[in-house]
Design a protein around this ligand. Structure first.
Ligand code: PMP
Length: 384
């Protein structure tokens, strides 16, 4: 709508206009109740309906089986970096007095490295299986060296980042690891835990390949403040002694995410986004649109004959975050970002740790936004 810009921010990011309109409509007086969602009790009938519907719609979207719990938590994905070791690191036989928790980590970029650092703080020894060069990861996750069966059996879990927001590196599935794990997410004993913060609900995933999926909402499904955790029920019940209540999945699950006051308004907006994604035809359709959008951008980079470059191996290029540079003309990158902004294309500056540009094109970025960017890139190349 008029005055709104094409926002390529890595997050918080664009929200569907339909959802914003609905929020606006509901804001003063939600369904004739005489108050807004942000003013109502989290234990009242209206909010109960909101949170239950949000969970149900997410279950429909991702085909989440009943054997999994859906939690709405706080503290962002960063809090989950700690929650994962707290909840999964101490699921051992209590008679094993020599037990020392250890987990496996695939580190393919900045965020998966942060998850390692946090697990260490909680007291889980980190076995880092791949450091990666952040640009190329095996498209088949099973290509990593997982060690022998005995080593594997001692791992509490395997953690990976499904989409590295900063480097633009995305796993395209679990490859044959998915079939090795099969039903129940078992890789010779260790459940797979995936940080899906930046590609959550951007495509269908087979939830049963994972023990845990978590994601902050602020990229694909709503405002910051709520973090979604999908956890297989048999993994609950054995948090580390002394786990802070707010990080304890078992407590959150026993209290249906209402142990304390949840981020009500954020959950409500996520619920609206889930309904919108369903109305678009579900995640198969959403993935199709996302593939078309990132395809336009990657094609433009390829057709620039080296003027623009994307450093990421084509096998694992993210459909959500597209980093690119102007090799040999780094001075022009600043000009690019400034001129783009003047043309209504905002937040294209690359992450401070990698430089260059980055276009984050989450679900709610319309095709026209990407088309505008591509046209701008062609003009910019012709001009400079
Ligand atoms: N993981 C990934 C993949 C992310 O992109 C981000 C945020 N950019 C985080 C974790 C951290 O999320 P939060 O800010 O919600 O703690």
């Amino acid at each position: 709508s008029k005055g709104r810009l094409a926002n390529f921010s890595a997050g918080p990011a664009m929200v569907y206009e339909e959802v914003l309109h609905k929020c606006q409509l509901d804001l003063m007086n939600f369904e004739g109740k005489g108050l807004s969602v942000m003013e109502m009790s989290h234990r009242g009938a209206s909010f109960t309906k909101i949170i239950e519907e949000a969970e149900q719609d997410l279950r429909t979207l991702l085909r989440i089986p009943e054997t999994y719990e859906v939690l709405f938590m706080q503290g962002g994905a960063t809090a989950q970096f700690a929650a994962v070791p707290y909840n999964l690191g101490w699921r051992h036989d209590p008679s094993d007095v020599a037990y020392a928790p250890r987990a496996d980590f695939l580190t393919t970029g900045s965020w998966s490295k942060k998850a390692v650092a946090e697990a260490k703080k909680v007291g889980v020894e980190a076995n880092v299986l791949a450091t990666g060069d952040n640009k190329s990861i095996p498209s088949d996750v099973s290509a990593f060296d997982y060690g022998d069966a005995e080593t594997r059996a001692q791992s509490a879990y395997l953690h990976l980042c499904a989409n590295e927001t900063i480097q633009g590196v995305e796993f395209k599935g679990l490859g044959s690891l998915g079939s090795v794990v099969g039903k129940g997410g078992q890789l010779q004993g260790a459940p797979i835990v995936a940080d899906m913060s930046s590609n959550f609900c951007s495509k269908p995933v087979n939830v049963e390949d994972y023990g845990v999926i978590y994601a902050g909402a602020q990229k694909n499904v709503g405002p910051a403040g709520v973090t979604i955790v999908i956890v297989r029920k048999d993994l609950l019940g054995s948090p580390k002694a002394g786990t802070p209540t707010m990080l304890d999945w078992t407590v959150m699950s026993e209290n249906k995410s209402l142990y304390n006051t949840p981020p009500c308004f954020s959950i409500y907006v996520c619920g609206l986004v889930f309904k919108h994604l369903l109305s678009l035809g579900g995640l198969d359709k959403v993935e199709q649109i996302n593939k078309a959008k990132c395809g336009l951008l990657y094609d433009c980079i390829k057709q620039s004959q080296g003027y623009y470059d994307c450093p990421v191996d084509p096998k694992c290029r993210s459909a959500m975050n597209v980093p690119f540079t102007i090799p040999g003309h780094e001075d022009l990158e600043k000009v690019f970002v400034q001129e783009a902004e003047a043309a209504g294309l905002i937040n294209l500056k690359g992450h401070r740790s990698v430089g260059g540009m980055r276009a984050s094109i989450y679900n709610a970025m319309p095709m026209q936004g990407v088309e505008k960017l591509v046209a701008f890139m062609k003009d910019f190349q012709a001009k400079h």
